[in-house]
Design a binder for this molecule. Structure first.
Ligand code: ADP
Length: 346
C-alpha cells in the first residue's frame, strides 16, 4: 500500500512540475520565435527598400544605401535556430522530468513516512487489543460451556461460576475503558486549563485510591507545595491515579507511599515513591510499552492488570509537554518522577 501511494504521489508531483515546465517552455519558445520572426520581417522590409533605391539618383542612393545597408539573414539559419531552441527546450524538459521524478519519489517517501508509521502503530494496537480481549473472552466462554454441559449444578457451584465470570467481565470493562482512554490522546484536547493547582490534582488522585490503600493498610503521605501547571485536570488526575494505584497494587500491606514535588529548571518534578516489590532492571525499559506486564510469579500476590496503565500515564505526561521516568530496586521500592512545565511557582 505504501509503495502504491508513494508512486501515485510521485506521479502527481511530476505531472504538476511538468505542466508548469512545459507551459514555461512553450511561452519561451513562442517569445523567442516571435523575436526571430520580427528580425526576419525587419530584414525583409529593409531589403525591399534597398530594391527601391535602385531608382534614385546616384548620390542619394549611396546615402540611403548606407542607412539601409543591413546584415544578411539567411532563412535557413532562422529555421535552424528555431529548431535548436525547440530541441534545447525539449532536452531541458527531459532533464526536469528525470530530476522531478527522483526528487518527487524521495519527497513522497518523506511525506508518507509518518502516515505509514501511524498506520503501522494502529495495526499493532488493534492486533494487541484484540489479543488481550480474546484471552478473558475465551476463559469466560469455556467456563460457561463447561457449566452448560454439566447435568446438575449446585447453587454453590453456580454462584462460584457467576463470581468468576463477573471478575472476567470487570477485567474486560477495565480493559475497554483503558483502550478508550488511550484512543482519546490521538484527538486534540479542548479542555486545557491555564492555572491548575498541583496539590489539588494530587489530592483528588489520592482521594480516589484511598479505599484501595485502606484495604491494604498502606499510608499515603503527600508534601506538594502550591505549584501551578497547565493542562487537562481529568487526565492529570488519571495520571497520578495510575501511579498511586500501581504503588498500592505492587506493595505489601502496611507499607508507605510518598508523593512530593520540587522545582527543577522551570519545571516541576512530582515524585511518587513506594516501598513495594520493585521492578527488575531487565523489565524497566519495557514497562511503558502497551500491554507489557512483568511476570509476578516471584511474588505471592496475584495482581490483575491490563498492562496499559503506564502507557496511558506516559501519553498523558507527553501530551502536557512533560515526561515520566522510573527508578526501582527489587524488594526496596519504585519511584516514578513526572516532570511537567511549571506555570507559576508557589
Ligand atoms: P498493569 O495494569 O499491569 O499494572 P501498567 O502499565 O500500569 O500495567 O504497569 C506495567 C507493569 O509495570 C506492571 O505489570 C508491573 O509489573 C510494573 N509496575 C508498574 N508500577 C509498579 C510499581 N509501582 N512497583 C512495581 N512494579 C510496577
Amino acid at each position: 500500500m505504501f509503495q502504491t501511494a508513494r508512486i501515485k504521489l510521485t506521479s502527481w508531483y511530476v505531472i504538476i512540475i511538468m505542466l508548469i515546465s512545459a507551459s514555461f517552455s512553450i511561452v519561451i519558445y513562442k517569445a523567442l520565435t516571435y523575436e526571430l520572426s520580427r528580425v526576419e520581417n525587419l530584414h525583409r522590409a529593409r531589403q525591399e527598400r534597398l530594391q527601391t533605391l535602385q531608382q534614385l539618383p546616384l548620390e542619394l542612393r549611396s546615402f540611403f544605401h548606407d542607412r539601409y545597408r543591413t546584415f544578411y539573414i539567411d532563412q535557413e539559419l532562422i529555421n535552424e535556430t528555431k529548431n535548436r531552441i525547440a530541441l534545447r527546450l525539449i532536452s531541458v524538459n527531459a532533464i526536469i522530468l528525470a530530476l522531478a521524478s527522483a526528487a518527487g519519489y524521495f519527497l513522497a517517501g518523506v511525506t508518507l513516512k509518518p502516515i505509514q508509521e501511524m498506520v503501522d502503530e494502529q495495526k499493532r494496537f488493534i492486533t494487541d487489543a484484540s489479543h488481550e480481549l480474546r484471552t478473558p473472552l475465551t476463559a469466560l466462554r469455556a467456563e460457561l460451556e463447561v457449566a452448560l454441559i454439566e447435568k446438575s449444578i449446585s447453587q454453590k457451584e453456580s454462584k462460584a461460576l457467576l463470581k468468576s465470570n463477573l471478575e472476567e467481565v470487570k477485567n474486560l470493562q477495565n480493559l475497554s475503558n483503558r483502550l478508550l482512554t488511550l484512543s482519546q490522546f490521538k484527538k486534540p484536547d479542548n479542555h486545557m486549563a491555564k492555572n491548575l493547582s498541583l496539590p489539588q490534582v494530587v489530592e483528588k488522585a489520592v482521594k480516589k485510591v484511598t479505599p484501595l490503600a485502606k484495604k491494604k493498610k498502606i499510608t499515603i503521605k503527600t508534601s506538594v507545595k502550591n505549584f501551578y501547571i497547565e493542562g487537562n485536570i481529568d487526565n492529570l488526575i488519571e495520571l497520578f491515579v495510575i501511579l498511586l494505584d500501581n504503588a498500592i497494587k505492587y506493595s505489601d500491606s502496611d507499607k508507605k507511599i510518598t508523593v512530593s514535588a520540587q522545582k527543577l529548571d522551570g519545571r516541576v518534578a512530582v515524585n511518587v515513591a513506594d516501598q513495594g516489590y520493585g521492578i527488575a532492571t531487565k523489565d524497566l525499559p519495557h514497562i511503558f510499552d502497551r500491554f507489557y506486564r512483568v511476570d509476578m510469579s516471584r511474588t505471592s500476590e496475584d495482581v490483575t492488570g491490563s498492562g496499559l496503565g503506564l502507557s496511558i500515564a506516559k501519553e498523558i505526561a507527553e501530551s502536557h509537554q512533560g515526561s515520566i521516568r522510573v527508578k526501582s530496586a527489587i524488594n526496596k521500592g519504585t519511584a516514578f518522577t513526572v516532570t511537567l512545565p511549571l506555570k507559576q511557582a508557589a
